[in-house]
Each structure stands twice: as structure tokens, then as C-alpha cells.
Design a protein around this ligand. Structure first.
Ligand SMILES: Cc1cc2nc3c(=O)[nH]c(=O)nc-3n(C[C@H](O)[C@H](O)[C@H](O)COP(=O)(O)OP(=O)(O)OC[C@H]3O[C@@H](n4cnc5c(N)ncnc54)[C@H](O)[C@@H]3O)c2cc1C
Length: 262
């Protein structure tokens, strides 16, 4: 970066954790709308163990290619040699085994996704790189109850949060999915009540979630965690704080992706 850039206040971000080389070991379908990718690489042993609902950045070849292009950190983001963006996406490190160098990710398959297009042609042995983990979520050790809310992209994180909640806690889960085929079996928890809100075809993200949330039987002492499409999450947060008067110290809401403006 030139001195000129700095004087104009160009944003300089701390370089993220190093990109660790790995490869696709295998892939499977959890539902017709979600793929599980199993990655393997000895370098993954360098990654710290993630908290629940943490993140990793997955750098993949472009769809149809089996080569990982070179990238450089320009002080703000990774870029290819010609200055364009590489294919790097954020996912939840669902299962991580440091000693074995194994990492599993659940990836939503949707029409507009570059990651979906890459997955359609990816083969075992294809190279990837992983950086992380990013910040996760500290599960409330003494909640009055738990409310977990999200869309398909939040399901891997919701799975992990369910597993980290004490067995004597009532856990209500409200998840919006695009069709009944996208519903998944959730981890066993004795206090779990799950509701699947099915979006009508062409419905906006959140269009089934908000009504389901309004109908959910939760009191205002619960601890809540929510993630999904950013616009929908804005309304979820507002509803939890204003409509349900939840204590904001017990409410965590994260935007995981954004509908592309057309
Ligand atoms: C902390 C964190 C954890 C995440 N964990 C996961 C995870 O475990 N699994 C997962 O699948 N996603 C997860 N996401 C969301 C994921 O990073 C985004 O959905 C990402 O955009 C997917 O890349 P893509 O190549 O599929 O779509 P992109 O090429 O990035 O997006 C193209 C367009 O597709 C649409 N789009 C993007 N994502 C979705 C979606 N999920 N559903 C429908 N339409 C979409 C948008 O209109 C977008 O403009 C997480 C995000 C964050 C921040």
C-alpha cells in the first residue's frame, strides 16, 4: 500500500489466520439442499479448536477447475494476481478433529451460489485451503431456557449450540427452510422442541420465520441465538428485543448472508 493510500484513510485489516492447505476427502448429501464436505489435511492440525458457532474461511478452486490459484493479502482482503476476488466463503466448522487433520462443513446448495457451482464438479483430492477459526459463541451456562432461530445456513451452528446446552434446559428451535425436504434431524437433546417453518416458493428469506417466531411459546427470560439472512435477522432482533422484551445481554443475532440487491 502506498503512503498516499494511507493518507486517504484506506482500510487496513489484520491479516486473517494463515491459509492451511487441505483437500476434499469426500462429499455427501445431508438433504437435497445441503452437502456435507469432508476435508483432510495434516496442516489443519495447526488450527485452534473452534467454539460452537465459530467460522472458517474456505478457499476453493473456481467451479470446474481442480487448481487452487495463488492469492496475496493486500492489507484488506485476499486477491488473485490480477486483483480479482478468489472464491473464499465463510462456513461453520461443524466437526473438527485436529489430530486427524479432518474438518467437515455443511454447505447450503442454492441456485445463485459460487460455492454450489464448485461443489457440483468438485472431486475427492481437489485442493482447498482453510483459515480460522473465527469467533464463536459462548453458550449461557445458566439460561432460563434457550431459543435458537435461523435459516438453512445457520443449521450447522444450531447443531453445535444444541450440543453445548445443558440437558435440563428447555431448547426451542425455529428454523426456516425452503422446502420440507430441507428439514434435518437435529442432535438429541432431552429438552428440544423444534419447529420447521417452510417458506413458500419465491418467498423472501424470513417470510416464514417471523410468523413462526411470533407463534413460538417462549417467555422473555430465555437466552436467544439467531443467524441467517441479514435482512431477516434485522427483523428477528427487533422482534426479540421489542416484541418479546428479551434482555439484550442474552440476545445474539448474526447476519450470515445477504440477498443480492437486483
Ligand atoms: C459466521 C458464518 C458462518 C456461516 N456458516 C455457514 C454454514 O455452515 N453453511 C452455509 O451454507 N453457509 C454458512 N454461512 C453463510 C455463507 O457464508 C453464505 O451463504 C455464502 O454467501 C455462501 O456462498 P455461495 O458461494 O453459496 O453464495 P455467494 O456466491 O456468496 O452468493 C451469491 C448470492 O446467493 C445468495 N445466497 C448466498 N447465500 C445463500 C444461502 N445460504 N441461501 C440462499 N441464497 C443465498 C445471495 O443472494 C447472494 O448474493 C455462514 C456465514 C457466516 C458469516
Amino acid at each position: 500500500m502506498s503512503a498516499g493510500d494511507q493518507s486517504r484513510g484506506a482500510r487496513v485489516r489484520r491479516e486473517p489466520p494463515r491459509l492451511l492447505m487441505a483437500a476434499v476427502e469426500s462429499m455427501s448429501r445431508i438433504t437435497p439442499h445441503m452437502a456435507r464436505i469432508h476435508l483432510h489435511g495434516q496442516a489443519l492440525a495447526e488450527m485452534d479448536h473452534p467454539q460452537p458457532a465459530a467460522s472458517v474461511r474456505l478457499f476453493t478452486p473456481f467451479p470446474g477447475s481442480d487448481e487452487l490459484p495463488s492469492v496475496v493479502w493486500n492489507g484488506n482482503a485476499y486477491r488473485l494476481a490480477d486483483g480479482t476476488r478468489p472464491l473464499i466463503r465463510t462456513f461453520t466448522p461443524l466437526h473438527f478433529d485436529s489430530a486427524a487433520g479432518r474438518l467437515d462443513l455443511d454447505v447450503v446448495l442454492h441456485e445463485a451460489g459460487a460455492a454450489t457451482r464448485w461443489l457440483e464438479t468438485a472431486q475427492p483430492g481437489d485442493p482447498v485451503a482453510v483459515s480460522g477459526p473465527g469467533r464463536g459463541y459462548t453458550v449461557d451456562p445458566e439460561p432460563a431456557g434457550y431459543l435458537l432461530v435461523g435459516d438453512e445456513s445457520a443449521l450447522p451452528a444450531i447443531r453445535q449450540v444444541i450440543e453445548a446446552i445443558a440437558p435440563d434446559v428447555v431448547v426451542r428451535v425455529v428454523v426456516e427452510v425452503g422446502s420440507s425436504e430441507a428439514c434435518q434431524e437435529l442432535p438429541f437433546h432431552p429438552g428440544l422442541h423444534a419447529e420447521w417453518a417452510i417458506r413458500t416458493e419465491g418467498g423472501h428469506p424470513g417470510s416464514a420465520l417471523l410468523p413462526a417466531l411470533r407463534a413460538a411459546d417462549v417467555d422473555n427470560a430465555v437466552t436467544a441465538w439467531a443467524a441467517g439472512e441479514a435482512g431477516a435477522m434485522f427483523h428477528v432482533r427487533k422482534y426479540l428485543l421489542e416484541g418479546r422484551s428479551l434482555d439484550r445481554r442474552r440476545v445474539t443475532v448474526r447476519g450470515y448472508w445477504k440477498v443480492r440487491a437486483v
